[in-house]
Design a protein. Sequence first.
Length: 125
Amino acid sequence: MNNPFPKANPGAYKSLLVEGLENINNQTEANEFDNGSMKLAIVSSITGSPRLFPELNETCVKALKTLDETDTRNYYIWGLENKQFVVASSNGAYVYHQDDKEAVAHVDAMLKAESEEIIAPYFQQ
Protein backbone atom coordinates (compact mmCIF):
# COMPACT_ATOMS: atom_id res chain seq x y z
CA MET A 1 0.00 0.00 0.00
CA ASN A 2 1.40 3.37 -1.02
CA ASN A 3 1.22 6.52 1.05
CA PRO A 4 -1.88 8.37 -0.23
CA PHE A 5 -0.50 11.82 0.64
CA PRO A 6 1.87 13.84 -1.59
CA LYS A 7 5.51 12.95 -0.97
CA ALA A 8 7.09 15.44 1.40
CA ASN A 9 10.46 17.07 0.78
CA PRO A 10 13.35 15.19 2.39
CA GLY A 11 13.75 16.20 6.03
CA ALA A 12 10.42 18.04 6.20
CA TYR A 13 9.54 15.98 9.28
CA LYS A 14 12.28 17.53 11.42
CA SER A 15 10.64 20.83 12.37
CA LEU A 16 7.23 19.16 12.61
CA LEU A 17 8.48 16.50 15.01
CA VAL A 18 10.46 18.97 17.11
CA GLU A 19 7.37 21.16 17.56
CA GLY A 20 5.02 18.22 18.12
CA LEU A 21 7.31 16.47 20.59
CA GLU A 22 7.66 19.70 22.53
CA ASN A 23 3.85 19.99 22.55
CA ILE A 24 3.60 16.62 24.33
CA ASN A 25 6.52 17.38 26.67
CA ASN A 26 9.00 14.96 25.10
CA GLN A 27 11.88 17.41 25.14
CA THR A 28 14.61 14.74 25.03
CA GLU A 29 13.29 13.29 21.78
CA ALA A 30 12.64 16.79 20.38
CA ASN A 31 16.29 17.66 21.03
CA GLU A 32 17.48 14.45 19.36
CA PHE A 33 15.52 15.23 16.18
CA ASP A 34 16.58 18.88 16.32
CA ASN A 35 20.29 18.09 16.52
CA GLY A 36 20.07 15.36 13.87
CA SER A 37 20.86 12.41 16.15
CA MET A 38 17.44 10.91 15.40
CA LYS A 39 15.81 10.75 12.00
CA LEU A 40 12.88 9.15 10.27
CA ALA A 41 14.19 6.40 8.05
CA ILE A 42 12.34 4.94 5.08
CA VAL A 43 12.19 1.29 6.11
CA SER A 44 12.59 -0.07 2.57
CA SER A 45 15.82 1.87 1.98
CA ILE A 46 17.73 1.35 5.24
CA THR A 47 21.35 0.46 4.56
CA GLY A 48 24.08 -0.24 7.06
CA SER A 49 23.26 -0.88 10.68
CA PRO A 50 21.49 2.08 12.23
CA ARG A 51 19.87 1.60 15.61
CA LEU A 52 16.11 1.56 15.15
CA PHE A 53 13.53 2.75 17.66
CA PRO A 54 10.16 1.44 16.42
CA GLU A 55 8.75 1.96 19.91
CA LEU A 56 8.96 5.73 19.27
CA ASN A 57 6.76 5.60 16.17
CA GLU A 58 3.58 5.86 18.25
CA THR A 59 5.01 8.79 20.23
CA CYS A 60 5.85 10.59 16.98
CA VAL A 61 2.33 10.02 15.65
CA LYS A 62 0.89 11.43 18.88
CA ALA A 63 3.21 14.44 18.56
CA LEU A 64 2.31 15.07 14.92
CA LYS A 65 -1.40 14.92 15.73
CA THR A 66 -0.97 18.00 17.96
CA LEU A 67 -0.15 20.08 14.85
CA ASP A 68 -2.46 21.68 12.32
CA GLU A 69 -3.56 19.24 9.66
CA THR A 70 -1.53 19.48 6.45
CA ASP A 71 -0.63 17.01 3.71
CA THR A 72 2.96 16.93 5.01
CA ARG A 73 1.88 16.15 8.57
CA ASN A 74 -0.55 13.50 7.29
CA TYR A 75 2.15 11.99 5.04
CA TYR A 76 4.36 11.33 8.06
CA ILE A 77 1.51 10.13 10.27
CA TRP A 78 0.41 7.64 7.60
CA GLY A 79 3.99 6.51 7.02
CA LEU A 80 4.65 5.94 10.72
CA GLU A 81 1.35 4.14 11.31
CA ASN A 82 1.88 1.89 8.27
CA LYS A 83 5.55 1.11 8.95
CA GLN A 84 6.83 3.05 5.93
CA PHE A 85 9.03 5.04 8.33
CA VAL A 86 10.83 4.14 11.54
CA VAL A 87 12.66 6.31 14.04
CA ALA A 88 16.38 5.65 13.72
CA SER A 89 19.66 6.88 15.09
CA SER A 90 21.67 8.67 12.43
CA ASN A 91 24.79 6.87 13.67
CA GLY A 92 25.67 4.26 11.05
CA ALA A 93 23.02 5.43 8.61
CA TYR A 94 23.39 7.27 5.36
CA VAL A 95 20.50 9.61 4.69
CA TYR A 96 20.21 11.16 1.25
CA HIS A 97 17.75 12.11 -1.45
CA GLN A 98 17.47 9.23 -3.90
CA ASP A 99 17.67 11.55 -6.93
CA ASP A 100 20.92 13.22 -5.80
CA LYS A 101 23.53 11.41 -7.94
CA GLU A 102 26.46 12.85 -5.98
CA ALA A 103 24.96 11.68 -2.67
CA VAL A 104 24.23 8.22 -4.09
CA ALA A 105 27.84 7.90 -5.27
CA HIS A 106 29.11 9.01 -1.84
CA VAL A 107 26.91 6.45 -0.04
CA ASP A 108 28.02 3.69 -2.39
CA ALA A 109 31.66 4.58 -1.70
CA MET A 110 31.08 4.63 2.08
CA LEU A 111 29.32 1.26 1.98
CA LYS A 112 32.15 -0.21 -0.09
CA ALA A 113 34.72 1.11 2.40
CA GLU A 114 32.71 -0.35 5.29
CA SER A 115 32.41 -3.75 3.62
CA GLU A 116 36.18 -3.86 3.21
CA GLU A 117 36.65 -3.09 6.92
CA ILE A 118 33.97 -5.39 8.30
CA ILE A 119 34.40 -9.13 7.88
CA ALA A 120 30.70 -9.96 8.05
CA PRO A 121 28.66 -6.93 6.98
CA TYR A 122 24.91 -7.16 7.30
CA PHE A 123 21.96 -5.16 6.18
CA GLN A 124 19.10 -4.40 8.49
CA GLN A 125 15.61 -4.15 7.06
